[in-house]
Design a binder for this molecule. Structure first.
Ligand code: MN
Length: 195
């Protein structure tokens, strides 16, 4: 049985309104948790972790609903736990993650700009990710639906949700404005830890 994660903060307003946070966490994510628990009852997936379910179900078209709901739980758990109410300390320039970003993008600002444009350019519903391979090389990926780096054998570090439910109440059709505002609440200490 999977359960809804607790949020490590009370509010992320004004970047994400309390209403959006409440619906996104309490309704959307809760829905994926309820669906997955029903889908996996009595199946081979029942004893697996979310990561294991994503890795195993992704290969089989008949397990698509299991993959979609487990993927969405995993994605949202990583999403909600990577934020912190502003102000925060930012990315430590001496951290291995910062050094790798500067090596590949030249600067943190240049990385952010690339990440935002890939989020804006993702067609339809999905997630933009910063991911790492086993050598520590970074890449930005656009994944549709519930797909994520774990399903591709990569390590998930940071993600922005570009499903409309993540921003429509606050930003309507202005996805770019939402994505650029999210940097204010990224908890870089948590992202560095994942790396
Ligand atoms: Mn979402």
């Amino acid at each position: 049985m999977f359960t809804l994660i607790d949020l490590p903060y009370k509010s992320l307003a004004p970047v994400i309104s309390d209403q959006t946070l409440s619906f996104h966490h309490g309704k959307h994510l809760q829905g994926y948790v309820d669906n997955l628990n029903k889908l996996i009852a009595g199946t081979e997936f029942e004893t697996m972790s979310l990561e294991e379910i994503v890795r195993h179900s992704g290969l089989d078209p008949e397990s698509r609903a299991v993959f979609n709901n487990a993927g969405q739980i995993l994605n949202h758990n990583l999403y909600f736990t990577q934020f912190t109410p502003a102000p925060h300390s930012g990315l430590d320039p001496e951290s291995p993650l910062s050094k790798q970003i500067v090596k590949q993008w030249g600067s943190l600002d240049s990385f952010k700009s690339d990440f935002e444009s890939k989020g804006v350019g993702l067609f339809g519903s999905g997630w933009v990710w910063l991911q790492a391979d086993t050598s520590g090389a970074l890449s930005i990926a656009q994944y549709a639906g519930a797909d994520n780096p774990v399903a591709h054998g990569l390590k998930p570090l940071l993600t922005f949700d570009v499903w409309e439910h993540a921003y429509y109440l606050d930003y309507q059709n202005k996805r770019a404005a939402h994505l650029s505002a999210l940097w204010e609440i990224v908890n870089w200490t948590e992202v560095e830890r994942r790396f």
